[in-house]
Design a protein around this ligand. Structure first.
Ligand code: ZN
Length: 484
């Protein structure tokens, strides 16, 4: 380490009891771990053109295998050793490597590019970083990750180091999620999750595609108002590259009257049935003087009126829906209760938003899918109440979003392939027309889109998160989740 000019302190900081040697000459020297190299022969990566290959010799020397410069073909000269201390992966202990430097008389020093194996300004093997990020992605908090390493590798990595590793890819992760377009069907579910940052109430906005299951966009915001909503929609649409056909949402007032104004008029809004029932329940509770927060069941006398409200929400036929509305109008007029009237007026105003699903079978009745996905995004126990900054909260969600979208790619390919095969079968039975030709192109484009996004996500996964194997063997453990 003395060979490095900077005065960095390398962790772990060990205390050698060198003084004992003064008194006990028989004590062995501080042992250097050799087993790692003795057990098996390692060839370090780099096999592509114009890159040097390295080998580890039994005495922990790392040698550049080439004898001649790859640029000018001049014979390389040996140039002394550099010491590098590494904590090896998978409980192989600590190890000091000696990098045998080589120099080309014309081109100068040949740089050692083995940072993934023995990082320049760090002690831990690259895989520790990657394991940390994977564990964080699974929803573990830094102190749990620290314990995990302790249990598996008997290694106590400082918490600040773990946090640094997790945080170091924040920007890149943001770029991958925000600047790439995941395949979208145009059927989106919207929800807001309430969080606390430094004790202050903030909101996490989520757009999920309910057909393809990709999380389109997430954002942590401090206020819910129309401006924020508009900005969120614009960002989610990625400069108008994505279009929204339908939004399924709960009764939240975040967007105000946005969907009745151009150009958002075209978007169909479907209200979540469950939330609407819950909202109507509040009006009924108020009408009999009960507290809105009360967990007591509704009194018996309220049940008939509640059923009348529910019938409007539940009926699957348009005519029945109008009949139910008229029935409730008569009842509320007769009862003359201001809370019930207000509830009825609100429900009646929302009637078009209750009917959308009757005309499009792709629109679900409830927002349950997103509610489930929210639980998935909130897996990290710190997220809800213990985050300190917007960036931190967004990072936690981004890690989970990335995991969701990556594991979803395979499902989507299967789904698309299935659809394509069905179309091919149908094509055999019906005569070819111009329309069918267009459909073929549509499938081609869809496959291409999926392939493109897959490449981007996998490249990111490989670069920062995948556990590295040695040599040419690269392990690819991609998270696969069950289809809900
Ligand atoms: Zn050269």
């Amino acid at each position: 380490m003395a060979s490095n000019l900077n005065t960095r302190v390398y962790s772990p900081i060990r205390i050698k009891q060198t003084t004992l040697h003064k008194y006990f000459d028989t004590l062995p020297c501080y042992p250097i771990n050799n087993s790692y190299v003795q057990d098996r022969e390692h060839k370090l990566t780099k096999s592509s053109q114009n890159q040097y290959t390295y080998s580890i010799e039994p005495d922990n020397h790392i040698e550049i295998e080439q004898t001649h410069c790859l640029t000018c073909q001049t014979r390389l000269l040996k140039n002394g050793f550099n010491k590098r201390f590494v904590i090896l992966d998978q409980n192989h202990g600590e190890c000091t490597f000696f990098l045998h430097r080589k120099r080309c008389p014309n081109c100068g020093e040949i740089p050692f590019q083995i940072d993934q194996f023995a990082p320049k300004y760090g002690t831990y093997h690259e895989n520790f970083k990657r394991r940390t990020r994977q564990l964080f992605m699974e929803g573990l908090i830094p102190s749990q990750i620290q314990r995990t390493f302790h249990i598996f590798y008997e290694l106590w990595i400082p918490k600040s180091t773990i946090v640094t590793w997790i945080n170091s890819i924040t920007h890149e992760l943001n770029q991958v999620l925000n600047h790439n377009i995941v395949p979208s069907s145009g059927y989106w579910a919207y929800d807001e999750i309430f969080l606390r940052i430094n004790g202050k109430k903030v909101f996490l906005l989520v757009f999920l595609d309910i057909i393809t299951n990709f999380v389109i966009k997430t954002k942590v915001v401090s206020h819910l108002n129309r401006g924020t909503g508009l900005e969120f929609i614009r960002e989610a649409k990625r400069d108008k590259k994505l279009s929204i056909k339908t939004i399924i949402k709960d009764g939240g007032m975040m967007f105000g009257n946005l969907f009745s104004k151009c150009p958002y008029k075209k978007i169909k809004v479907q209200l979540c049935k469950v939330h609407l029932k819950w909202l109507m329940n509040r009006y009924i509770r108020k009408s009999v003087g009960m507290s809105v927060q009360s967990r007591k069941p509704l009194p018996e006398k309220c049940l008939p009126i509640r059923d009348q409200f529910y019938r409007i929400i539940d009926t699957t036929h348009e005519t029945n829906k109008f009949a139910a509305i008229e029935a409730l109008r008569i009842t509320t007029n007769r009862l003359e209760n201001k809370h019930l009237t207000r509830g009825f007026q609100r429900l009646e105003a929302q009637l078009p938003r209750l009917l959308n699903h009757l005309r499009d079978p792709n629109i679900p009745l409830t927002n349950n899918k997103l509610e489930n996905k929210n639980q998935y995004l909130e897996r990290n126990p710190s997220l809800k109440y213990h985050m300190k900054s917007f960036v931190g909260a967004q990072r936690v969600v981004n890690y989970r979003t990335f995991k969701n979208n990556l594991s979803n790619l395979l499902h989507n390919k299967i789904r698309l392939n299935h659809k394509y095969q069905r179309w091919r079968m149908m094509l055999k039975e019906t005569p070819h027309t111009e329309g069918t030709c267009g459909q073929g192109r549509h499938f081609q484009a869809e496959f291409k889109k999926l392939e493109r996004i897959k490449e981007i996500y996998l490249a990111f996964w490989q670069r920062y998160i995948a556990i590295l194997g040695f040599g040419t063997k690269k392990r690819m453990l991609i998270p696969i989740t069950n289809i809900r």
